[in-house]
Design a protein around this ligand. Structure first.
Ligand SMILES: NC(=O)c1ccc[n+]([C@@H]2O[C@H](COP(=O)([O-])OP(=O)(O)OC[C@H]3O[C@@H](n4cnc5c(N)ncnc54)[C@H](O)[C@@H]3O)[C@@H](O)[C@H]2O)c1
Length: 387
């Protein structure tokens, strides 16, 4: 299904708008301010798009929700009625053939990420792919290779990098903290999680016609939790602490709860501890501590659907005081789209996770799982396959 809206709804003249091309081309494009919006096509009208991406694109200062695509036409109709994109496609190839689509947000099941992201690159579109980047190291590397060869932007949707509190902590580490000694990070989903998210998210519409990978992804909960949650934990740990060389992980399973404790070796010689626990019998519990040469950091991160920036305190030995950002803008998903658009439209440095970061997180997840199998420390550079 392709719905074409009357021309008066179309802002600006498409013919004058140049498609964003490889980053080494000339910037900025000759567009009016009105035209300088990244036209985004969102693939997938499932829960994450309904709770985050549609609104993020609509609120973004430099992007537009240009198209929505979902094979489930009932869902497509309902989401189009709410969010009024210019186009609605039931067929992904048709959306990709639309030359007005500059970039695609790939918001579908993990197993489909890489194949559909590759298709988008093949059609000359930039890609923001949901986390995890893929389900095996090899397919993530393939996506990275193709992104490099096309020069198109590939960003991975670990939106916590756009949490103002976490970004503040990273700046403090780089600019004031000096050498790192140790980093601890925890990501503990709560037994009360759905009560909390239901209170904040819009009503999530479902369809029997939605396309899902074969089999039940929740049949193997360990794999499901690692892909869904360790992808965030590892990305935040790397965003703050830098490259991870190796992990040694223990998994304990009791009363339906899973606890992965990982001892981490950072490339700079620092030590780390990562705690992934699903589900803790208390509130959502996520955060980090960093100890450095001239200061230390404590951060508390909220359930993302509260749209509240992390509470972060950075203590500086320089003046013996704490620095604490307000982080008034907690819309990480909107900020993520804006960062993505800044990179594409203006060649701004990518603030989100790039394809290499996506691979590193994938390697980290695989290393954690291999380590639980052997009890040994596993180097991220040595792993292959999936979790
Ligand atoms: N960043 C975050 O914090 C966060 C949070 C939740 C979920 N996610 C990620 O978002 C992704 C999507 O999650 P979801 O729960 O919305 O998924 P979902 O599978 O429930 O919904 C995906 C939708 O995409 C459609 N679809 C799939 N393949 C298609 C195709 N080829 N053409 C057209 N339509 C297609 C399906 O019909 C479905 O409606 C997952 O990878 C998940 O890990 C990220």
């Amino acid at each position: 299904m392709t719905k074409v809206y009357p021309p008066e709804r179309v802002v600006g003249a498409f013919s004058e708008v140049r498609m964003p091309q490889a980053l080494d081309r000339e910037y900025p494009y000759r567009m009016s301010e009105e035209q300088r919006a990244l036209r985004v096509g969102v693939l997938g009208a499932g829960p994450i798009s309904q709770a985050a991406h549609f609104e993020a694109c609509r609120k973004a200062k430099n992007a537009e929700l240009y198209a929505i695509c979902d094979v489930a036409e009932d869902l497509l109709e309902r989401m189009s009625a709410i969010h009024a994109p210019r186009k609605a496609y039931a067929d992904y190839d048709a959306m990709l053939a639309d030359s007005n689509v500059h970039a695609v947000i790939v918001a579908i099941a993990d197993q489909f990420h890489v194949p559909m992201a590759l298709k988008a690159l093949g059609a000359g579109k930039h890609v923001l792919v949901e986390k995890p980047m893929g389900v095996t190291v090899e397919e993530c590397e393939e996506l990275c290779r193709v992104a490099r060869s096309t020069g198109l932007v590939v960003q991975v949707g670990t939106e916590k990098r756009f949490d103002e509190g976490i970004a503040f902590a990273r700046r403090f580490i780089r600019e004031e903290m000096g050498e790192m000694l140790a980093l601890k990070a925890w990501y503990c989903d709560s037994t009360h999680r759905y009560t909390m998210t239901d209170a904040h998210q819009p009503v999530i519409e479902a369809s029997d016609r939605a396309r899902r990978p074969e089999g039940d992804p929740k049949a193997d909960l360990r794999r499901y939790y690692i892909l869904g949650h360790a992808s965030h934990l590892l990305d935040t740990a790397r965003f703050l602490g830098g490259e991870i060389e190796a992990v040694r992980t223990r998994l304990v399973e009791k009363f339906g709860a899973y606890c992965w404790f990982s001892e981490v070796e950072f490339a700079d010689g620092s030590v780390g501890h990562l705690d992934l626990t699903i589900k803790v019998r208390m509130d959502w519990h996520e955060g980090f501590q960093v100890y450095g040469e001239h200061g230390s950091i404590i951060g508390k991160t909220y359930n993302p659907w509260y749209y509240k920036s992390s509470e972060v305190e950075c203590f500086s030995e320089k003046d013996g005081s704490y620095r604490r950002p307000l982080g008034a803008d907690g819309h990480f998903f909107r900020r993520q789209v804006e960062g993505f658009a800044d990179t594409i439209l203006d060649g701004a440095p990518m603030r989100g996770a790039n394809a290499e970061d996506g691979i590193a997180a994938m390697r980290g997840m695989v290393a954690m799982v291999r380590s639980t199998e052997t009890g040994e420390a596993v180097r991220l550079s040595d792993v292959e396959g999936g979790v």
